[in-house]
Design a protein. Structure first.
Length: 578
């Protein structure tokens, strides 16, 4: 693959083609047409982007190198059939699960399509495609919705291919306590500057699980700050009113997030699950008990898998401590449980193994899984055939195959979430017209702009400058040779003169570029605008701005447009034009 190879958008209906000389594949890419509201898309190889990881690329293009760490290759149809069989055979209390999901949905006033999806889980043949995320303020970053849409579209595809009911599920990581990570939401303002609004920590924030944190009166001012920061559009006021309804004083942070996801994606059949629900804990009591009874085994297996990954040149995502237990204790605060001799330490108190096991039997809602055990809790509750995850999740899930075997639980397939950048038509036209690769917009300097401006100089002028540089170098080389024969001490002076002349020519070239900048401020504005959309503050759009920033710009039809446009192709980053 050639670094910096240009990406040309072609008007074609092909699924892929090889571009001679560029060393990369190009996918269907239809130039935006202002006469239609249909989103247009173009795909680029994920490996060209700076944030792509070797493990993720090998997972897609060289799965055999990673096969020992996962349950199967999601690009292989037979792996799906096997995963469906495993999920169907494993016993689960489906009726209780459906009842508690329905109760959660009714409390949030979830739409009928979401309730209907939940009812399908009662079918012993039904399986689930699961994804999830923390309860970020106002819905969190764009990739939260990309994960959910991937799960929804993948569920439909697998249902059609495997002829079984498939339900998309969104797991809210409601028992995390990292308030700083979820309390801010970044948007692009009217000048396309990145601005972050942040909810100050209510009582218990940062100590209690997020599910136990309720918004206070300050959320009203935060929403007002958001309203005045948004670039005003016809969609701004309705969106703000909707957020006021969800994020009201006294509402739980997780409840508000769940209501937002329900309203946005529930009509597409997404089932939202709040994992902090005490009614769900008895269903996973045995997982908690086994973790206590075999304390340290989960950490050991994950550590061994991580070392095996590192031996193959990858980076272990999780390195558990020797005394770690894959559980937290919930008693107002969330505290880690650690092994200590024959017992355990929770905070500043010591608990015997028998007492801790007795507490888990009697009150399983006092316990919460850590990152290593959470997937197993998920797949005990749900008949998970695949989990849709991001790059970090793909890494740590690869350390858990032995843990699944230890607990006698079928491991699902892992499907990388869709990755995308949303641009307006002007941004895509700019990239198309000047054949700029998307990734060249990421650096927060003007090197790409300068190269572009230089490429637009009149070819005769460019050729004249090139000839002048060549003539100067050749002439001075001849002079230097003559001077050296006359007096060898003059060689340094000749080279110094050549350096000054070359510097002056380079300076002249730079002045021409600056003149081009002054001549074409429109080009500069187009460049800055496209860069601000694609890489706010130099970071990928999907990881940086909140999805509500796009909602404010494109309105309530945004989800439907993305659902239509977003492909499920592995190893491709999509640029979607709205």
């Amino acid at each position: 693959m050639c670094d910096g190879a240009s990406l040309t958008i072609r008007r074609c209906a092909c699924s892929s083609l090889d571009t001679p000389g560029l060393g990369l594949r190009q996918y269907e890419a239809v130039a935006p047409d202002s006469s239609t509201s249909t989103p247009q898309k173009l795909g680029i190889e994920l490996g060209r982007l700076s944030w792509a990881r070797r493990l993720g690329l090998d997972y897609v293009h060289n799965f055999d190198a990673l096969a020992p760490f996962y349950a199967g290759n999601p690009a292989d149809a037979s792996a799906w059939r096997a995963a469906v069989d495993r999920a169907q055979r494993h016993p689960r209390d489906r009726q209780t699960l459906v009842a508690l999901l329905t109760a959660q949905q009714r409390s949030r006033q979830a739409p009928p399509a979401a309730l209907a999806s939940t009812a399908r889980l009662a079918d012993p043949q039904a399986v689930a495609i699961v994804t999830g995320q923390q309860a970020g303020l106002f819905g969190g970053p764009v990739y939260t919705v990309l994960k959910a849409l991937t799960a929804i579209k993948l569920a439909r595809r697998i249902e059609a291919e495997q002829h079984v009911p498939v339900v998309p599920v969104f797991w809210i990581d409601a028992e995390d306590h990292d308030w700083n990570e979820i309390s801010g939401c970044s948007i692009l303002d009217a000048d396309l500057e990145l601005r972050t609004v942040r909810m100050p920590g209510p009582e218990g924030a940062g100590e209690r699980p997020v599910a136990r944190v309720r918004l206070d009166d300050r959320i009203t001012a935060v929403i007002e700050e958001l309203r005045t920061t948004f670039p005003p559009t016809e969609f701004t006021e309705p969106l703000i009113e909707q957020l006021r309804g969800f994020y009201a004083p006294g509402t739980g942070m997780v409840e508000a997030f769940g209501r937002w996801i329900d309203a946005l994606l529930g009509p597409l059949g997404l089932v939202v699950f709040d994992c902090s629900d005490p009614a769900a804990k008895p269903l996973v009591r045995d997982i908690f008990l086994r973790e206590i009874e075999t304390a340290g085994r989960t950490a050991t297996l994950a550590l061994e898998a991580g070392r095996a990954m590192e031996a193959r040149g990858y980076t272990a995502q999780v390195e558990p401590a020797d005394d770690s237990v894959a559980l937290f204790h919930l008693d107002g605060r969330r505290e880690a449980i650690k092994r200590s001799g024959d017992g355990f330490v929770i905070g500043d108190r010591t608990v015997s193994a028998s007492d801790l096991a007795a507490e888990a039997r009697a009150t399983p809602d006092h316990f919460s899984p850590n990152v290593l055990l959470r997937p197993l809790v998920q797949d005990t509750l749900f008949p998970t055939v695949a989990y849709v995850g991001g790059p970090s999740e793909l890494g740590y899930l690869g350390q858990l195959r032995g843990v699944y075997e230890h607990f006698g639980l079928p491991m699902p397939l892992i499907y990388p979430r869709a990755t995308a950048t949303v641009l307006d038509s002007a941004g895509t036209r700019f990239l198309t017209k000047y054949e700029l690769p998307l990734e060249t917009l990421q650096p927060q300097d003007e090197a790409t702009l300068n190269r572009l401006l230089e490429s637009l100089l009149p070819p005769q002028l460019e050729a004249s400058l090139d000839r002048a540089e060549t003539v100067v170098v050749e002439s001075m080389q001849a002079v230097t040779a003559q001077l050296t024969r006359l007096d060898p001490t003059l060689e340094g002076a000749a080279k110094s003169t050549l350096g000054k002349m070359s510097h002056e020519l380079a300076s002249l070239r730079n002045k021409l570029i600056q003149a081009a900048k002054r001549r074409d401020e429109t080009l500069r504005r187009q460049f800055v605008r496209a860069r601000a959309q694609a890489f706010p503050d130099g970071q990928p759009q999907e990881r940086t701005i909140g999805f509500i920033s796009l909602q404010d710009r494109y309105g309530p039809a945004l989800v439907e447009l993305l659902e239509h446009a977003l492909p499920l192709d592995l190893g491709v980053h999509w640029v979607i034009t709205l």
